[in-house]
Design a protein around this ligand. Structure first.
Ligand code: BES
Ligand code: MN
Ligand code: ZN
Length: 513
């Protein structure tokens, strides 16, 4: 799908050459800026009570005399901000997508202030979201709508800013789509090996190095905690390392760590049968790391970004780890595994220790970590935990602007008590109360040398029920954060040559397992 901007000519909106024109109407009265046949159609609809100037209003008109676009739709929006734009475009696209429109133009009428880049970004993300169809294992699914081009109609002064927003939106949307595709795939397709292959493919197409460590490599390193989760499964574990080097070699990288449990049965502490299928989404953190790398590399951002994905299945078997077993983590600390279903923290802790070797500027781990986080925050905000005030602030702000919000949760040392063990340096679970916090407290024990934040996305990575499926969150938050850091660092610096895909294939080194 292509996005562009357009400043209308003399004929105004009526002269716009597109299959469908979506007019986002703002304000409490018919905007005086819409003239001609479109203005009359709108005024008539409002006067006749067919279109009220308030939330949720949508009107479709076909072949309005004097209007070049065959399909004309009006949708009301509260303001010209990103959130209002997302809501309006989602409704508007749904209206035209079932038809044959392949070129949609979107115009805003009655805006008291100019649209900003974040709203343009939201328009792109909403369009992609509204047209996404999962087909990988469902060939009978209706084919995706044939929408090919979306044109944002704007004033000349707004054009450069909005064009930038559209461009950024396109790379973020591609990242969201990749994350959704990966996470939606069932666990018999999306195995640790599949995730590693996806990473390698992405490295080749987008110009970054990918290295895949296998079980032996991880044993040699001493990742006893990660491997204890993997040991019950017949699927070989993979530890994936991706490196986008868009800035100078000596610039400290950002590191993302994604939980890559491709299926979570709970292990010997097995989960109940109901809804266990949803544990195929337990690699949502890993998917968001892949998606963010795609977004950042696609934007050729001048930043160094490392993606780490410990990937394995959590299965019960004769070889599986048992409650009470004690394992030694890469950090040297020992862990008593009291509940094998608290496996996410066991694979993340070794990845966090591994992250130290990159001397990172900041590390963020992303995980569908606890059911308790869903109880605490529901499905709207991800849980954010951080020992670093500045980092927490950056991530919260990124989430707010990207419409992918998070909420800060506490890490008081009092919660640490819960992890005491008589047989190891720590237990992997505490009591039920405050479960999202004790999980984060467990991770915190592996981050003394890092600027660290943790995102618990158990409530936001996928939807249940009739519209079951991955959301692609928190790719928008993460991509926003990384791109903002890149822009910050790039200020006053002369532009380096970003690595293109050609250079990339030479640079891609893959360790075969
Ligand atoms: N993957 C789950 C977390 C989860 C549960 C996400 C439900 C989304 C919906 C995680 O591995 C897990 O099983 N966590 C346990 C931890 C408990 C044993 C301390 C949980 O939340 O019940
Ligand atoms: Mn689990
Ligand atoms: Zn899990």
């Amino acid at each position: 799908m292509d996005f562009n901007t357009l400043v209308p000519g003399k004929a105004g909106l009526a002269g716009i050459d597109a299959d469908a024109l979506l007019v986002v109407v703002l304000g409490a009265k018919v905007p005086s800026s819409i003239e001609g046949p479109i203005g009359s159609a709108l005024a008539e609809a409002v006067a006749g009570g067919d279109f009220a100037l308030k939330a949720g209003q949508l009107l479709y008109a076909h072949r309005v005399a004097g209007v070049k676009a065959r399909r004309l739709a009006f949708v009301w929006a509260a303001d010209v901000g990103a959130k209002a734009m997302r809501r309006a475009v989602t409704a508007g696209v749904a209206l035209v997508k079932s038809g044959g429109a392949s070129h949609l133009a979107v115009a805003v009428a009655g805006a008291p202030s100019p649209m900003d880049a974040a709203a343009a970004e939201a328009l792109v993300l909403a369009t992609h979201d509204a047209t996404y169809v999962y087909r990988a294992t469902k060939p009978s699914a209706p084919s995706a709508p044939k929408l090919e081009r979306v044109t944002l109609v704007c004033a000349a002064a707004e054009q450069p800013d909005l064009a930038g927003g559209l461009l950024r939106g396109e790379s973020i949307a591609a990242g969201v789509a990749l994350a959704r595709e990966c996470a939606n795939r069932p666990a018999n397709h999306c195995t640790p090996t599949y995730l590693a292959e996806q990473a390698e493919k992405l490295g080749k197409s987008h110009g970054f190095k990918v290295e895949v460590l296998d079980r032996k490599d991880c044993e040699r390193l001493g990742m006893g905690s990660f491997l204890s989760v993997a040991q019950g499964s017949d699927q070989p574990p993979k530890f994936i390392v991706m490196r986008w080097m868009g800035a100078g070699k000596d610039v400290a990288p950002l590191v993302l760590v994604g939980k890559g449990i491709t299926f979570d049965t709970g292990g010997i502490s097995i989960k109940p049968a109901a809804e266990m299928d949803e544990m195929k989404f337990d690699m949502g953190g890993a998917a968001s790391v892949l998606g963010t790398l795609r977004a950042v590399a696609g934007a050729k951002a001048r930043v160094n970004l490392i993606g780490l994905i410990p990937a394995c299945e959590n299965m019960p078997s004769g070889r599986a780890v048992k409650p009470g077993d004690v394992v030694k983590s890469l950090s040297g600390q020992t862990i008593e595994i009291l509940n094998t279903d608290a496996e996410g923290r066991l694979i993340l802790c070794d990845a966090l220790t591994y992250a130290e070797r990159f001397k990172p500027a900041a590390v963020v781990d992303i995980a569908t970590l606890t059911g308790a986080c869903v109880i605490a925050l529901g499905h709207h905000r991800s849980g954010l935990f951080s020992t670093d005030e500045a980092l927490a602030g950056e991530l919260l702000a990124a989430g707010d602007t990207a419409l992918d919000p998070a909420w800060r949760m506490p890490l008081d040392e009092e919660y640490d008590e819960a992890l005491k063990s008589n047989f190891a340096d720590m237990a992997n679970v505490g009591p039920r109360a405050g479960g999202a916090i004790t999980a984060a407290m467990f991770l915190k024990r592996f981050t003394a040398k890092l600027r660290w934040a943790h995102l618990d996305i158990a409530g936001t990575a996928w939807r249940s029920g009739a519209n079951k499926g991955a959301t692609g969150r928190p790719v928008p938050l993460l991509a926003r954060w990384v791109l903002a850091r890149a822009a910050e660092a790039g200020r006053g610096e002369k532009p380096p040559k970003p690595a293109g895909p050609r250079q990339a294939s030479r640079a891609t080194r893959t360790k075969k397992s």
